[in-house]
Design a protein around this ligand. Structure first.
Ligand code: NAD
Ligand code: LMR
Length: 337
């Protein structure tokens, strides 16, 4: 499977139905799966954000307690808890919906092993988003991200409200890991670009774009790439059956969502990596790349930038895998609809 590259791809997602808010005063974020390992610390961080005025927490269990607990924090935003039955109220008026609902891995499992159960969960939630806040930016954390974002697209297409600017898979944890591991190796703060998808070889760290890395040997660079790709497995194994990354994901999800909220509120030059629909790599209709966010969500897909031959090879090698994971989600959603 050979991919071709559009190095300076500038896919522009135009939105005619965007809600153009001009300040940070009135931003509602809904967290679906808010009672879980990611959902609770993510909700804590969002409650502390001055940019979130209304936080609405939904889960099939636990959210009355989580919201009561968070409501005692003297930050400006309000918080409400919702169980099945009040999902419409949770979603109504939301500007951003973040979805960490679903089952996490145990040792020995791949993210793809979660597909059956999590696709059904996320499909149901996105159907509700289509009914109650069709203009919201949807941020998908649940795994497998590579396949579930295409599921969401098909659900939204069938409901007549798909807007590519407003559907993102959250891959920012891979960037956090890369910044941490590479930063430790070079002894400096670094900003690493990680592209592709969010599992195994589909995670492609573009270390050639990080100047400090040139001081490292090729074997050290190869080991860093492997560690970044397997960061999720490292945590799954250390948690030994008790789930996967939750606290680092809450941090990554918070940084991602707060930046989306800031951009929706009018902040300029907000660039975050997102798994978005684009034509950056031929054959892969979704790909994680740096995106410029604005008042309508993803306003510009920035492309890969300058990459080395080795990185081009990594993308060539994984693009067939990513394409088939995208197709798996698309096909499942069409058959399930
Ligand atoms: P968890 O089991 O601790 O929490 C999941 C929560 O989802 C639970 O509270 C559960 O009640 C809730 N839930 C289940 N069905 C629901 C439904 N229909 N509606 C609303 N809520 C529902 O799991 P976790 O550790 O928080 O992980 C959640 C997901 O995030 C997993 O799929 C995991 O693989 C994924 N994840 C993704 C990344 C990433 O980088 N994108 C990182 C870590 C974990
Ligand atoms: C991660 O990268 O930590 C998540 O995708 C969870 C997992 O299953 O590894």
């Amino acid at each position: 499977f050979q991919s071709t590259f559009v190095q300076s791809s500038k896919t522009t997602h135009l939105s005619s139905s965007s809600v153009n808010k001009n300040n940070f005063e009135n931003m509602k974020v809904a967290v679906l799966g808010a009672g879980g390992g990611i959902g609770q610390p993510l909700s804590l961080l969002l409650k502390l954000s001055p940019h979130v005025s209304n936080l609405a927490l939904y889960d099939i269990r636990g959210t009355p307690g989580v919201s009561s607990d968070l409501s005692h924090i003297p930050s400006p935003g309000t918080v409400t808890g919702h169980l099945p039955g009040t999902l419409p109220e949770c979603l109504a008026g939301s500007d951003v919906v973040v979805i960490p609902a679903g089952v996490p891995r145990k040792p020995g499992m791949s993210r793809d092993d979660l597909f059956g159960i999590n696709a059904a969960i996320v499909k149901g939630l996105v159907e509700a988003v289509a009914s109650h806040c069709p203009g919201a930016v949807i941020c998908v954390i649940s795994n497998p991200v590579n396949s579930l974002v295409p599921v969401c697209k098909e659900v939204l297409v069938r409901r007549g409200c798909y807007n590519p600017s407003k559907l993102c898979g959250v891959t920012y944890l891979d960037v956090c890991r890369a910044n941490t591991f590479v930063g430790e190796a070079v002894g400096a703060n670094v900003s690493v670009n990680v592209v592709g998808g969010h599992s195994g070889t589909t995670i492609v760290p573009l270390l050639s774009q990080t100047p400090d890395v040139s001081s490292l040997s090729q074997s050290k660079i190869d080991a860093l790439v492997e560690r970044i790709r397997n960061g999720g497995d490292e945590v799954v194994s250390a948690k030994d059956g008790a789930g996967s990354a939750t606290l680092s994901m809450a941090h990554a999800g918070f940084v991602f969502v707060e930046n989306v909220v800031k951009a929706l509120g009018g902040e300029e030059d907000v660039v975050m990596p997102a798994y978005t629909e684009c034509d950056v790599v031929k054959g892969c209709s979704f790909f994680a790349v740096p995106c410029r966010f604005g008042k309508s969500g993803v306003e510009e897909v920035m492309g890969l930038g300058k990459i080395s031959e080795g990185e081009k090879g990594m993308i060539d090698d994984m693009s067939g895998t990513l394409a088939s994971q995208i197709e798996k989600g698309r096909k499942w959603a069409i058959e399930a609809s």
